[in-house]
Each structure stands twice: as structure tokens, then as C-alpha cells.
Design a protein around this ligand. Structure first.
Ligand SMILES: Cc1cc2nc3c(=O)[nH]c(=O)nc-3n(C[C@H](O)[C@H](O)[C@H](O)COP(=O)(O)OP(=O)(O)OC[C@H]3O[C@@H](n4cnc5c(N)ncnc54)[C@H](O)[C@@H]3O)c2cc1C
Length: 307
């Protein structure tokens, strides 16, 4: 007769070894790679080894990337928003920051995926999940104004939106809706895609308003008055007459506040927030208090937290 302990052991199912998700991923190669002036921020693209196209995706979606030599302590792929346009599926482009986790002794350790990425070079193999995903898409709204607010690499999905709209505008001369892009970083040399977005913004018929802003202008040799001051969420606070939360008094550069006043109203705008969860958590209740539907199916405030 088995005792109680052994009978319990007999009926317990042996856990199946979890399959490594990387076995289900497709192989691509790292193609273009460049860092900004700030070497911890990179723009890179991947291509299929046989030159074939990537699966279709909607602007605002992400895919997942991994490496075989990523730490075995956490081999999971990481989600990265696609910055390239879905109208060109020959490659996928990404905008990424090398994450550094601070340690108690003042040193830091690189993030598992991004630390590995920074060790690779063009031509190396990278894995991707061939099922773009995510609901941070423009199909969530019918509003004619889309106000996009990003911190850091949270700009990526908005670059994809702007590129697709720009392509269509150049082909047909029409725009479906107007984009406003607020991009918050610490220093002006971290403003990835600045030239490209300024070129689009310089065409008045395209209607893109680009509002770069830096949160440390007084310690920033690359800062000029063409750039707004303060954190992205503090520009939102300033716009709605709320007190600032950061250390730098927010201020819109040039005529950009006037631009926003024409665009950011609950009747006409959907607001997309992407990147640092603190920025999103700060901006969302302010929008709610100012007449924006922020919850449920009718929500016109659409968010993507990066962590
Ligand atoms: C839907 C979605 C889309 C994303 N798209 C992008 C993107 O386009 N570009 C991008 O750089 N990241 C993006 N991320 C974050 C990305 O998935 C990884 O978390 C990031 O690359 C760090 O991975 P890691 O393995 O190097 O860090 P880990 O070793 O996993 O450490 C994770 C920690 O890093 C911090 N962290 C994560 N992302 C950032 C960040 N962007 N800035 C500062 N700190 C961060 C957080 O504290 C997090 O807890 C996205 C996340 C989600 C959920």
C-alpha cells in the first residue's frame, strides 16, 4: 500500500520543459545600423536573408526580436515598435535605446536584449516573430487630428505613422488626418528622426506639426531655441494650465503652442501616448479632466507603455 506522500507524488504531473520561443522565430539579418550622437540610442533595420518581404503590419504595431546569444537567464524576445512604413516591407526599422540598469555601487548593467544587440554588427543573424501585433494603431480612431506624444524611443510608432502618411501624400496629394508629434528627450542630441520630421513639417500642405522638447536645456550644449523646454508631460500640463511636475519650466518654442491650440480639442483629436509609463500616467488624468474620453471602447486617448 503506498503511503499518502508517495501517492500524492504519483499523481503529480511532471512539468513539461517549456519550449524556447526562439525556435518558432524567423531568421533575419541586421542590416543598417547607426547610433545618434548619443551612442546609447540606435536606429537599425533588419532584412530577410533571401530578400523576401516581411509580413504586412499596421502603423503603430510592434514585432518581437531576440538573439541566440542573449543571456540564458532570459531568452525571451523583446517587443519593439516598428518605425518603418508598412508601404515598404523590404525591411523593418527600429529605434532603440541601450537600457542600463543602475547598480547599488554606482555602476550599471546593460539590458539583456539591448546589451546583446549593441555587441552585434551588420550582417549578423537576428530572430523576429513574423506576427506583428499590438492595438496602438490608427484604426482606433476616426478623429481628424492625431496628437502623438512620445518620450525617447516611444517615437518609433509615430515615425511609422508619419512615413506612411507622407508617402501617401507624395503619391496622391491628399492627407487623411493631421499629425502632431511631441517628442520629449533629455538632450537635443537624442532627438532621433529630427531632420526627417522637420522636412515633413516644413511642407504646410502636409500639416504635420513637430514639437521636439528637452527636459535638461540648461545642461545641453546642443540645445537651441527651436526646441521646446520641459518634459513632454509638462508641455501637456502647460497647455491645460496645470502646474509643472519636472524641474524645468515648460515652454513651447516659436508658434508651436498656437499650432496645438488649433488641433488639441476633445471634439477633433485623438491623443496617442507612447514610451515612459510615468509620462503616460501623468498625462492621462489631465486629458480626462479636460474632456477627453480615456477609458473603454470610445476612448480617444490611446496608450503604449514600454515597461
Ligand atoms: C509594445 C512595446 C513596444 C516597445 N517598443 C520599443 C521600441 O521601439 N524601442 C525601445 O527602445 N524599446 C521598446 N520597448 C521596450 C523593449 O521591449 C525592452 O523592454 C527594452 O528594449 C529593454 O530590453 P532589455 O532586455 O535590454 O532590458 P531588460 O534586461 O529586460 O530590462 C528591462 C528594464 O529596462 C527598462 N526599460 C525598458 N525599455 C526602456 C526604454 N525604452 N527606455 C528606458 N528604460 C527602459 C525598464 O526599467 C525595464 O524594467 C517596447 C516595449 C513594449 C511593451
Amino acid at each position: 500500500m503506498p503511503n499518502e506522500e508517495s501517492s500524492t507524488r504519483d499523481t503529480r504531473r511532471t512539468p513539461r520543459a517549456r519550449r524556447d520561443i526562439r525556435e518558432r522565430m524567423s531568421r533575419a539579418v541586421l542590416a543598417d545600423w547607426h547610433t545618434l550622437d548619443d551612442q546609447d540610442i540606435a536606429i537599425f533595420s533588419i532584412r530577410n536573408p533571401d530578400g523576401s518581404s516581411f509580413p504586412e503590419f499596421e502603423v503603430g504595431q510592434y514585432t518581437q526580436l531576440a538573439f541566440w546569444d542573449q543571456s540564458t537567464s532570459d531568452p525571451r524576445p523583446r517587443q519593439l515598435s516598428i518605425a518603418s512604413s508598412p508601404l515598404d516591407l523590404s525591411h523593418l526599422e527600429f529605434y532603440v535605446i541601450l537600457v542600463r540598469d543602475s547598480l547599488d555601487d554606482g555602476s550599471n548593467t546593460p539590458g539583456i536584449f539591448t546589451g546583446t544587440l549593441w555587441k552585434h554588427k551588420p550582417g549578423d543573424e537576428i530572430l523576429y516573430l513574423p506576427r506583428p501585433a499590438g492595438r496602438f494603431t490608427l484604426s482606433r480612431t476616426d478623429q481628424p487630428e492625431v496628437v502623438c506624444i512620445a518620450t525617447g524611443t516611444g517615437l518609433a510608432p509615430f515615425v511609422s505613422m508619419a512615413r506612411a502618411a507622407w508617402h501617401r501624400y507624395k503619391e496622391t496629394g491628399t492627407i487623411h488626418r493631421r499629425l502632431t508629434i511631441v517628442h520629449g528627450v533629455s538632450y537635443a542630441n537624442q532627438l532621433g528622426y529630427r531632420n526627417e520630421l522637420e522636412t515633413m513639417a516644413a511642407d504646410p500642405d502636409f500639416g504635420l506639426s513637430y514639437i521636439p522638447t528637452v527636459s535638461r536645456p540648461d545642461r545641453d550644449a546642443s540645445y537651441t531655441e527651436l526646441v521646446s523646454r520641459g518634459r513632454a508631460n509638462d508641455l501637456v500640463r502647460l497647455y491645460f494650465g496645470e502646474e509643472m511636475s519636472g524641474r524645468v519650466e515648460p515652454q513651447f518654442a516659436g508658434a508651436l503652442l498656437g499650432d496645438l491650440q488649433n488641433r488639441l480639442t476633445p471634439e477633433s483629436a485623438a491623443v496617442y501616448l507612447c514610451g515612459n509609463p510615468d509620462m503616460i500616467a501623468d498625462a492621462k488624468p489631465i486629458l480626462a479632466a479636460n474632456g477627453y474620453e480615456t477609458e473603454g471602447r470610445e476612448s480617444q486617448v490611446i496608450t503604449e507603455d514600454y515597461w
